[in-house]
Design a protein around this ligand. Structure first.
Ligand code: UDP
Length: 319
């Protein structure tokens, strides 16, 4: 890991999103000053409201596809993008733009100030994978014209652009491939499996399983994920690094875990599997273990308990 400069100053895009807001908290706790950017297309002011009065935190409402003028920074962290299938299907053009034009603007800032650049890519780069678990050297099986392509190809392009700035302009870059992550500050209605199932369980509704529920995912609690990203930010690793929890379960098993945890028995209902929904997903995290000394610590039961508590408090606050 590299040492931090004496006055680290980070630019974070997507700062009002689920992961971006947790990243701002972590950077401030590590002594960074933070310039946070978001256009609120899917992020929420509520996620960063607690930082309003923080002396080292400044928020700028901006779409990062526009030129960025923030003055010198030591670190640039690119986290802006719709990330849930529901959100990127609703905003396919914005999703392509933020991964391409937005990433380019963020890379320009890093190049100008010789800042360290971290971009948050995704396990979707592997598409519906033929290699299992997914290791970083696997090039993936992505449908370039399917409904998910706006997200998958945008992220794949952002990786290619990041490598080009590294090779052609000498920018110090790192690429995180993030696998399914959950925790407080997710939107209850963003359509992803954890908030969807928790919302249904909290309201005593049946759980909606898409397909037959035999597809698998591996879910990482947000504090573990952010720790992996932070370590990668301070590292010199250039090639993509998987960050996620390798404990894999089927969606049907996942529904059972949620129902048991919440003490509900409204049952499950089956709905059609969305097009190109990956059948299996599990990160191979050998690389992150080796080069970052990182692995997840929070198990599913514990992580879900924290997440349920957050959603319950939200419900109470909203009446
Ligand atoms: N899923 C489901 N019911 C829901 C939401 C999602 O069965 O209400 C499934 C979805 O089809 C996928 C998995 O859960 O197989 C994870 O979906 P999510 O939207 O969280 O993210 P993805 O991993 O597909 O990007």
């Amino acid at each position: 890991m590299s040492d931090l400069p004496s006055n680290p100053r980070a630019l974070v895009s997507g700062a009002a999103g689920f992961l971006g807001s947790h990243m701002c908290d972590r950077l401030l706790a590590e002594g960074f000053s933070v310039i946070a950017m978001d256009n609120f297309i899917t992020g929420s002011e509520r996620n960063i409201a607690h930082l309003d009065a923080h002396p080292a935190f400044r928020f700028i409402r901006q779409d990062i596809t526009e030129p960025i003028n923030v003055g010198p920074v030591t670190h640039v962290i690119n986290m802006a993008s719709p990330a849930s299938p529901k959100d990127y299907l609703e905003h396919p053009i914005e999703t392509l733009d933020v991964g391409s034009l937005g990433t380019r603007q963020m890379l320009e800032v890093a190049a100008k100030y010789e800042a360290k650049f971290l971009t948050t890519s995704t396990s979707e780069c592997y598409g519906d994978p033929h290699v299992h678990p997914q290791v970083e050297t696997y090039w993936g099986n992505v449908n370039p014209v399917g409904p998910r392509s706006c997200y998958d190809e945008s992220k794949r392009y952002s990786e290619a652009l990041t490598m080009a700035y590294h090779r052609a302009r000498g920018v110090r870059t790192s690429i995180a491939r993030i696998f399914n992550t959950y925790g407080p500050k997710m939107k209850l209605n963003d359509g992803r499996v954890v908030p969807a199932f928790l919302d249904q369980a909290l309201r005593g509704l049946p759980i909606t399983i898409f397909g037959d529920g035999s597809q698998t995912r591996s879910c990482c609690y947000v504090s573990d994920l952010i720790d992996g990203l932070y370590r990668l930010l301070l590292s010199t690793e250039v090639y993509p690094t998987n960050v996620g929890n390798p404990v894999e379960i089927t969606i049907r098993e996942f529904a059972e875990v949620i129902m048991k945890l919440m003490g509900t028995n409204a049952g499950v209902i089956y709905q059609p599997l969305p097009e190109d929904d990956p059948k299996q997903r599990q990160p191979d995290i050998t690389k992150a273990r080796t080069i970052l000394g990182w692995e997840p610590k929070v198990g599913l039961d514990e992580g879900l308990r924290h997440t349920v508590e957050y959603f319950r408090n939200l419900q109470t606050a909203n009446g």
